[in-house]
Design a protein around this ligand. Structure first.
Ligand code: PEP
Length: 255
């Protein structure tokens, strides 16, 4: 059976409440409610609480862009998994390349976030991906494998895990991976999931592609056997574009 595609929009540090409401209205207006796709929006933290309530009972779920692993305490500026859950979040993005590169996150720090989020009942979108210099040095698989080994282990609940393959050179650059490049890495990631969690998890776990996904390239990427949706940055801020990517994901499984 085909995996149900999953498309998530990473709004990054964009939108005030007024702007966000207009964007959500546009997404709702264009989105057909019976598409066979899971959809999440990941707005800035200030919007998680209102949106968590507003989307309750709709086809759209809310995710956070970041989380801390401690449940509470003197961690100025941080938000715990339990707080995200109470705000109405279903998902959290962990290991995005901007968090890795700009905020020094990696390895054990990310692993703690994944463990804490899963144990709080959140679904985790765990991002991996190589830089341009790593790709040019033919180190892509090695980097992706290391990022997975640092964070994932067989004692985690893989049923609440999504892996997003996001080549850093494709994020926000307008230069997406070709379907062949994406498929090659996604197949590698699926094999690695199999060796960590077993064959059943490997066949069930969804692997999103992220990096300059647009309406014009989504169908080609979604048609790849091991691409199960997208993590979308820039294009998710335009309602019609985001919905068009969701529709391409639905079409890839005949929905
Ligand atoms: C992202 O930041 O996760 C992303 C994929 O961004 P963009 O779609 O803009 O490349």
């Amino acid at each position: 059976m085909a995996r149900r595609p999953f498309v998530a929009g990473n709004w990054k540090m964009h939108t005030t409440l007024v702007e966000a409401r207009a964007l959500m209205k546009g997404i709702r207006e264009h989105l057909s409610p019976d598409l066979a796709v899971d959809v999440a929006v990941c707005p800035p933290a200030t919007l998680l609480y209102p949106f968590g309530r507003e989307v309750d009972g709709t086809a759209i779920k809310v995710g956070a862009q970041n989380v801390h692993f401690e449940p509470k305490g003197a961690f100025t500026g941080e938000i715990s998994p339990g707080m995200l859950k109470a705000a109405g979040c279903a998902y959290v993005i962990i290991g995005h390349s901007e968090r890795r590169a700009l905020f020094g996150e990696g390895g054990d720090f990310l692993r703690k976030k994944v463990i804490a989020s899963l144990s709080e009942g959140l679904e985790v979108i765990f991002c991996v991906g190589e830089s341009l210099s790593e790709r040019e040095a033919s180190e892509t698989m090695h980097v992706v494998e290391r990022q997975m080994d640092e964070v994932l282990s067989s004692d985690m609940d893989s049923s609440r895990l999504t892996v997003a393959y996001e080549p850093v050179w494709a994020i926000g650059t307008g230069r997406n991976a070709t379907p062949e490049q994406a498929q090659e890495v996604h197949a590698f990631i699926r094999g690695k999931i199999g060796s960590i969690f077993g064959a059943e998890a490997a066949s069930n776990l969804r692997i999103q592609y992220g990096g300059s996904v647009k309406p014009g390239n989504a169908a080609g990427l979604m048609a790849c056997a091991d691409v199960d949706g997208a993590l979308v940055g820039g294009a998710c801020l335009v309602a019609e574009d985001f919905v068009s990517i969701i529709s391409a994901a639905a079409a890839s499984v005949g929905g």
